[in-house]
Design a protein around this ligand. Structure first.
Ligand SMILES: NC(=O)c1ccc[n+]([C@@H]2O[C@H](COP(=O)([O-])OP(=O)(O)OC[C@H]3O[C@@H](n4cnc5c(N)ncnc54)[C@H](OP(=O)(O)O)[C@@H]3O)[C@@H](O)[C@H]2O)c1
Length: 298
């Protein structure tokens, strides 16, 4: 089968990382830029250790007429809906859309807006940050899990991804992986952002460790009621392991709050609270953290 041609919507740190990986492995990848970009090709630089990989990638914008069959979305969660809407006229009816975005509820939103899209979700522990426009540093190697609820075996295009991306696996139970990440994010991200601390301090400072434990209880009860009992049961040890394993990290939410950028909290804690409301579970600690972060952002 011929390789799919991927269009990458969201040429930031993660989008550039995966666009370059696809390109390097021989797949064709095109960047979908905001209107107003007039170049037909743009340089993309990825630094990894002391290696530096440069590529010229083709570019389209919403004003072009190139049809899209496979779309990778790597914007921030709050930009997904508008970004996809802006290029919806370019999407094939049954376009494959792969969301590699932190946060929940986006696939459901897109499916409601465009029921014919073939939507997949992914989660990655790869780490990258921007050094300049489309110039990134690949800071941490991790694992990428991709799946679609109800699809046990991967579609043909996944072969390209396992060839292009190290440690990329098909996950027949992707909802579990997404909820496991959501549960950990609901604890570490808002607490580090509110207390202005590195991840490790959540385990080292007694006052913060107590807050972690109380928040774990609340998040666990929502996970359990939502049908993710295993995640609930393991949450305290999972969170402790992530805190210890990423002790020096400054969470993305902390960095966003410090730089007065919008955070993704509505798609993390906000999503968890929506589920809690639907299930009739009180979640005062999560609600207080959501409000605190929203308050700081304004
Ligand atoms: N960076 C990491 O290490 C990492 C790791 C795991 C998961 N993630 C998740 O991956 C997602 C992306 O993160 P990131 O760090 O790559 O963010 P980022 O660097 O801010 O990249 C997002 C990109 O999307 C672009 N964009 C937004 N709206 C657009 C539109 N309408 N048309 C075209 N481009 C548009 C932005 O362009 P403008 O700059 O013009 O707005 C920006 O270049 C987030 O959900 C994040 O939580 C990131």
């Amino acid at each position: 089968m011929q390789d799919a041609h991927w269009h990458v919507l969201g040429a930031g740190a993660i989008g550039c990382l995966f666009a370059q990986a696809l390109h390097r492995s021989g797949s064709s990848a095109t960047l979908v830029m905001r209107p107003g970009t007039h170049q037909r090709f743009l340089p993309l630089i990825v630094e990894r250790g002391d290696q530096r990989c440069e590529a010229q990638l083709p570019v389209i914008t919403a004003g072009d007429d190139e049809l899209i069959s496979h779309l990778l979305v790597t914007t921030k969660a709050y930009d997904v809906r508008a970004a996809v809407a802006g290029i919806a006229h370019l999407l094939n009816d049954d376009c494959v859309v792969l969301l590699l975005v932190n946060g929940m509820g986006l696939a459901e939103q897109l499916a409601a807006d465009w029921p014919r899209l073939d939507i997949y979700c992914g989660t990655t522990t790869e780490g990258a940050y921007a050094l300049g426009a489309r110039h990134i540093r690949h800071a941490g190697r991790g694992q990428t899990r991709i799946g679609k609820t109800g699809l046990a075996t991967p579609p043909p295009w996944f072969a390209q991804w396992s060839r292009a991306v190290d440690h990329c696996v098909w996950d027949g139970h992707i909802a579990n992986a997404l909820w496991a990440k959501l549960a950990v994010n609901c604890i570490i991200n808002p607490l580090t952002a509110v207390h202005g601390c590195r991840n490790g301090e959540l385990g080292q400072r007694r006052d913060l460790a107590e807050q972690v434990a109380l928040l774990c209880d609340e998040v666990s009860s929502i996970c359990r009621a939502a049908g993710f009992g295993d995640i609930a049961q393991q949450l305290p040890s999972t969170v402790a392991a992530v805190i210890a394993g990423t002790a020096d990290n400054r969470s993305s939410m902390l960095q966003d709050v410090e730089c007065e950028r919008r955070t993704e909290i509505e798609y993390i804690t906000g999503y968890l609270l929506e589920v809690a409301d639907q299930l009739g579970i009180a979640a005062p600690r999560n609600r207080a953290l959501l409000e605190e972060i929203q308050h700081r952002a304004h």
